[in-house]
Design a binder for this molecule. Sequence first.
Ligand SMILES: C[S@@+](CC[C@H](N)C(=O)[O-])C[C@H]1O[C@@H](n2cnc3c(N)ncnc32)[C@H](O)[C@@H]1O
Length: 208
Amino acid sequence: MPIRQFQAQRMIAPRQFQPIKNEPVVVEIGAGKGKHALQFVQQFPETTLYAIERTREKFDAMLKQAKSMSNDHFYPIHADALPWITHALYPKQVTTFYILYPNPEPHNPAQRWLNMPFFEFLLSRLVEGGQIILASNLAEYISEAEQQLLHVWHLPYQKQIIDTHSARTHFEVKYLARGEQCQQLVITKPEYYQTRFDDFSPLNGINA
Ligand SMILES: C[S@@+](CC[C@H](N)C(=O)[O-])C[C@H]1O[C@@H](n2cnc3c(N)ncnc32)[C@H](O)[C@@H]1O
């Protein structure tokens, strides 16, 4: 069954929204306290990273650490990722999206990232050859995402098992310490891939 179309033009701009430049960027969604984002910035100081987190206390923890390091390419964003992405990002702008240990939404499967109509919009923001890295400790979350990739989104991916010594995020550390297996899907957008949002310009705060 084709997925319903995401209503991008109805998205209300996040509070204090600031438009961004149309240049290649990496985006982390649900960055938590920013452990992965900070490591990324240290490893790739010249790459522009937007790390989005909607929970105030976690965002504040990330911001505090971001301020302690001087990097002009690291932008912690306090917002819900859906409106922020719809208002800020240009088509084919993002080289990598990181979605590391998203909320499993046990009572609301429609809110899981690959089940949402919004996922099509996310794909439209990726460059050709760009990647989405989706990690989870839940085998069911990963296998459901694989089914969506095969039957709804028709996208190639690789499944990887996370090394038990990996420590990219606070949740990853917690799950691996408990002896849980963590996995990730590395999803690639092929050159020919089209979405219904390929010509959709960022709203740039229009519905504020
Ligand atoms: C389970 S935590 C994982 C945090 C971090 N990635 C880690 O692995 O430690 C999921 C995070 O995603 C954030 N989140 C969930 N939905 C979001 C959304 N729509 N926009 C921004 N952040 C979101 C939550 O606030 C939470 O901090």
